[in-house]
Design a protein around this ligand. Structure first.
Ligand code: CTP
Length: 405
């Protein structure tokens, strides 16, 4: 996979890592891309337009008015629409803020707002800036918009501090881009039903039974699927995660019953379903219409089982790939394999609660993937986005095998 014929805008912002942008241009050109560079005025304090224009063989753009004498201007809309990919490397904390808040006070942010292509960000800033809660929030917002963030590795920073914040090395930026480009259309034309988050089972108008699920794992899968071109129908219980991706259709539900209804309605039309939601197994038999008053007597809530969505889809399955999750605390492999058989699944994702850093609410997870042929893929503790990618890799293989049979 190369970048031959691809039109790439490299955005450069005011960070000391801007000196590495020259090498990025060089590598992009070497991969066969046509490159135009858009710099912020601060970026030009670190690197000269002459270097970047010589390497890219194109003028470097940095202002709306190209020539004040003639009034010639730089058409940001045309530039934005010209690009197949927009890569901003290095991305400063300031420009990151502007991107996620739609602030448009320079040529680069105007090009970004006009662009319809995939956007890649390689943040670069000092340790304390990178670790500031505002930066974390802005990065998470950027991801929720579908922007691809090339995570900053730990290392020695220009300030002398050591930690995360530095930009990926230019070679790694290109590797990440190539990896993404090679997967971009992998699932084009495929539709996937996905469940995520917890469900809430009402006791009365102000109380419910639920669980600790935050939806992070399911939403990471949604993003990975959409990044590979799949159309995703995400049926989600209540979470606080923002997601705004053109290929992800979000259906918000509250209870297991609502999730069940939505999933059954959509299942027939999809190629695969991944059920990552932590569905409540029981709900109150009756929901009080008024807030239950406390009194001295003890209280008992009678529960009944909820619909087993995964098992129902397993029964209805024709040629869809069906993937379920299992959370086991003992005899894990045996229980997961039994669940795979019982619910007629193609793959089961075994979550381990015994590992520190895995499970509810955290950003990392450790899973084991088991298929119908007893192939077992034991994973390491990884960021949930990487775990999502591993799961979707296996889905791709299963869909491929399905198409051949
Ligand atoms: N699941 C579901 N509907 C339910 C309960 C669970 O679709 N009412 C799905 C989950 O989304 C997950 C899988 O089933 O993909 C595993 O759920 P789990 O609670 O571990 O399995 P159970 O079948 O409830 O088995 P057990 O409680 O015996 O472990």
């Amino acid at each position: 996979m190369s970048l031959r014929g691809k039109k790439i805008i490299l955005g450069v912002t005011g960070s000391i890592a801007a000196y590495k942008s020259a090498l990025i241009v060089r590598l992009l050109v070497k991969e066969g891309a046509e490159v135009k560079v858009v710099c912020t005025s601060d970026a030009l304090q670190f690197v000269t337009p002459l270097t970047l224009s010589t390497l890219s063989k194109n003028p470097v753009y940095s202002t709306f008015v190209a020539d004040p004498e003639t009034g010639e201007w730089t058409n940001h809309v045309e530039l934005g629409l010209w690009a197949d990919y927009l890569l901003i490397a290095p991305l400063s904390a300031n420009t990151l803020y502007k991107l996620v808040h739609g602030q448009c006070d320079n040529l680069l942010t105007a090009v970004y707002l006009s662009a319809k292509c995939p956007v890649f960000l390689a943040p670069a800033m000092d340790l304390d800036m990178y670790q500031h809660p505002s930066t974390a929030e802005n990065l998470s917002k950027a991801k929720s918009f579908g922007l691809r963030v090339f995570e900053s590795p730990a290392g020695e920073l220009a300030s002398g501090l050591v930690g995360p914040g530095r930009m990926l090395e230019p070679e790694d930026v290109i590797d990440n881009l190539l990896k993404w480009v090679s997967r971009e259309h992998q699932l084009r034309g495929v539709s996937v039903l996905l469940t995520a988050g917890p469900t809430r089972e009402k006791i009365d108008p102000v109380r419910f039974i639920s669980n600790y699920s935050t939806g992070k794992m399911g939403y990471a899968i949604a993003r990975d699927l959409a990044d590979r071109g799949a159309h995703v129908i995400l049926v989600t219980g209540p979470t606080s995660i923002e997601l705004n991706h053109p290929l992800i259709e979000v259906i918000s539900v509250e209870s297991a019953r609502e999730m069940h209804t939505e999933c059954l309605a959509k299942f027939e039309r999809v190629n695969a379903a991944i059920l990552a939601a932590a569905v409540a197994d029981f709900r109150p038999v009756a929901t009080a219409s008024h807030k239950i008053k406390k009194n001295d007597a003890s209280m008992t809530i009678e529960l009944e089982p909820t619909e087993d969505i995964l098992a129902d889809l397993g029964q209805r399955k024709k040629d869809q790939i069906l993937i379920g999750f299992a959370l086991e605390t003992n005899n894990e492999l045996a229980h997961a394999k039994a669940k795979l058989e019982r619910k007629n699944l193609d793959l089961i994702v075994l979550n381990s609660l015994n590992d520190k850093g895995a499970g509810f609410g955290v950003d990392s997870n450790k899973v084991t993937l088991i298929d119908r042929h007893n192939n077992i893929l034991e994973g390491q503790l990884k960021d949930k986005s990487q775990v999502a990618s591993d799961i979707v890799d296996v889905l791709c293989k299963l869909l491929h095998a399905n198409n051949r049979s």
